[in-house]
Write a protein that binds this ligand. Structure first.
Ligand SMILES: Nc1ncnc2c1ncn2[C@@H]1O[C@H](COP(=O)(O)OP(=O)(O)O)[C@@H](O)[C@H]1O
Ligand SMILES: [Mg+2]
Length: 261
């Protein structure tokens, strides 16, 4: 399988005085893989995901995603790359409350300039496949957390992305809704979608991904089968606050695209 993600010697420094928040990290993810990124809060999970998404640029090293060198792109190029190749799901959904469910899902397709009728048909099909088509004309505020995350997944898939990225997608859900989203990610992967899932929950990692990359202090501490990955110490966890600004950028530039219909 060709690589969808290739990172070579990637670092990200936010503060020149300390050690980098991430790296150096090298990583290769083949097409069709499902990889979980785990590690304690502050270990660099979101930083890594944002670099793969083209929401951020490395301080050093090369980031190649879907055949494109992201570290060599400018802002406009990165925005276009995200629209075409990346679907992203966040802990707190980041839906636009004054758009209907259907219009939320359609937004990335409109930003890409996709033909409207075909996009609508695909959006409705995705909503149907995700079991939420009856809410197409509702506003997100009327939906449960699990339903909102399904809308976010539909939005992420609308442009058929090479890569689906999820940052703590069950972190704000109760256990039943979290299990639904978990099962949905498993299904998407079984249908061939390449998935990178950030979670501090090793059980979710094992359920959704055969491979786990565990970060500690910004470095890869483990990269291997999920069922052999070291457990997180008790009490480790909580999603990074960095996700929300990334989400706004992602929605504003239409980071999503979609796949399985
Ligand atoms: N935009 C930012 N500016 C400064 N520091 C940041 C920024 N984003 C993340 N960091 C720092 O980088 C480290 C890794 O953060 P993050 O990737 O969000 O961790 P995780 O997602 O694993 O909880 C933390 O020390 C965090 O404070
Ligand atoms: Mg985080």
């Amino acid at each position: 399988m060709p690589s969808v993600i290739q990172l070579e010697g990637v670092t990200r420094e936010f503060d020149a005085s300390g050690p980098p928040a991430l790296g150096p990290v090298s990583l290769d993810v083949p097409a069709g893989a499902a990889v979980a990124v785990t590690g304690p809060s502050g270990s660099g999970k979101s930083t890594l995901l944002n670099l793969i998404a083209g929401l951020d640029r490395p301080s050093s090293g090369t980031v190649t995603v879907a055949g494109t060198r992201l570290d060599a792109l400018g802002e406009g190029g990165l925005a276009r790359f995200r629209r075409e190749h990346i679907g992203m799901v966040f802990q707190f959904f980041h839906l636009l409350d004054d758009l209907t469910v259907l219009d939320n899902v359609l937004l990335p397709a409109q930003l890409l300039g996709a033909p409207r009728a075909a996009s609508r048909a695909r959006a409705l099909e995705l909503l149907e496949n995700l079991g939420i088509d009856r809410h197409a004309r509702a506003y997100p505020g009327r939906l449960s957390g699990g339903e909102r995350q399904r809308v976010a997944v539909a939005r992420a898939l609308i442009n058929r992305p090479a890569l689906l990225l999820a940052d703590e997608p069950t972190g704000a859900l109760d256990s039943a809704a979290g299990a639904e989203v978990r099962d949905l990610l498993v299904e998407l992967h079984q249908d061939g979608q390449t998935v990178v899932l950030v979670t501090h929950d090793p059980a979710l990692a094992r359920a959704c991904a055969d491979r786990t990359v565990r970060l500690t202090d910004g470095r890869v501490a483990y990269d291997g089968p999920s069922d052999a990955a070291p457990e997180a110490p008790a009490g480790a966890g909580a999603a990074g606050a960095g996700a929300s600004s990334a989400a706004v950028a992602s929605v504003a530039t239409g980071a999503s695209e979609g796949v399985r219909g």
